[in-house]
Design a protein around this ligand. Structure first.
Ligand code: PBG
Length: 324
């Protein structure tokens, strides 16, 4: 027999050996838990298409966030569902808006918690689009930037630790950075949804956030799932504009993109394991076809292995508990 002969199985022979050579380990502080918050009191409304997830009123949100710290999950990202929607997304930059109020409450109650605010307008507009819509139905990029600037400042003022623009408007990171700096928030980081695909995996989210577009779709601003090189250009642009962290979204179907982004830059890279990814696991597990715990931890490990420094996942609390 010729030597050296590789025998990879030698290192798989026992749990101890496997642990010694394991390359990727998940930790609770890899996770960010998304929450949907809406005005009201005592509300904890199940989201049909996302079993185990809820729309919370601020008082209930406080209760739901409590267990995260206990298991070591350091951060949440907030999505608001306002009472009223209009053409200019006023609820997104109202000092008394739902995310602003929820963030202030959370920071008051849990000063150590990292509160990230998603910054987009689709939940706040009556037409469900991510920006200002012109007469002809197209989205006015630069008019939307003015709103994004206002929303970012208002979120920072409310106490949000990080703003996360997800609208995929050109120039949004620069507009937000300039506005934050001008308003005295030079220390507030921007987590840019740099690479956000026009994905059908967001289906359950639109149900959860009550934000489906009333006409058309998001393919004029979100990316074509077929494109990788374009993702790298988006990352370069967002970094040049001042992003502190960049995100790839969705996660599992785009692990190649995640790995390429990781290789491209030295900023922290986040991955968003989106609603459809969550709901597929929940649905198959409910049927008894897969083991929710094993599949979820395997999926999250893959996302980290591909290059994510942290992962936004609806499984954050459950996964942290499973890891304990
Ligand atoms: C936009 C936004 C969306 C998601 C996060 N931010 C929806 C969209 O672009 O249609 C999707 C998240 C998920 O599916 O879990 N506000």
């Amino acid at each position: 027999m010729a030597f050296p002969q590789e025998r990879p199985r030698r290192l798989r022979a026992s749990a101890g050996l496997r642990a010694l050579v394991r390359e990727t380990a998940l930790r609770p502080d890899d996770f960010v838990m998304p929450f949907f918050v809406r005005p009201g009191k005592g509300l904890k409304r199940p989201i049909k298409s996302m079993p185990g997830q809820f729309q919370f009123s601020p008082d209930e949100l406080i209760k739901a966030v409590g267990p995260l710290a206990a298991v070591g999950v350091p951060a949440v990202i907030l999505f608001g569902i306002p009472d009223r929607k209009d053409a200019k997304a006023a609820g997104a930059y109202d000092a008394d808006g739902i995310v602003q109020r929820a963030a202030a409450l959370l920071k008051d109650r849990y000063p150590e918690l990292v509160v990230i605010a998603d910054l987009c307008f689709c939940e706040y507009t009556d037409h469900g689009h991510c920006g200002v819509v012109r007469q002809d139905g197209t989205i006015d990029n630069d008019a939307t930037l003015e709103l994004a600037a206002k929303a970012a400042v208002s979120q920072a003022r409310a106490g949000c630790d990080v703003v996360a623009p997800s609208g995929m408007m050109d120039g949004q990171v620069a507009a937000i950075r300039t506005a934050l700096d001008g308003a005295g928030f030079a220390q507030t980081p921007i987590l840019a949804y740099a690479v956000k695909y026009a994905s059908a995996f967001y289906g359950p989210f639109r149900d959860a956030a009550e934000s489906p577009p009333q006409f058309g779709d998001r393919s004029t601003h979100q990316m074509d799932p077929a494109n990788l090189r374009e993702a790298l250009r988006e990352v370069d642009l967002d970094i040049a504009e001042g992003a502190d962290m960049v995100m790839v979204k969705p996660a599992m179907p785009y692990l190649d993109v995640l790995a390429a982004v990781r290789a491209r830059c030295s900023l922290p890279v986040a991955a968003y394991c989106v609603s459809g990814e969550y709901s597929m696991i929940k649905a198959a597990a409910a049927k008894g076809w897969i083991d929710e715990r094993k599949v979820t931890l395997e999926a999250l490990t893959s996302i980290k292995r591909a290059g994510a420094d942290f992962i936004l996942t609806y499984h954050a609390l459950a996964a942290a508990r499973w890891l304990a």
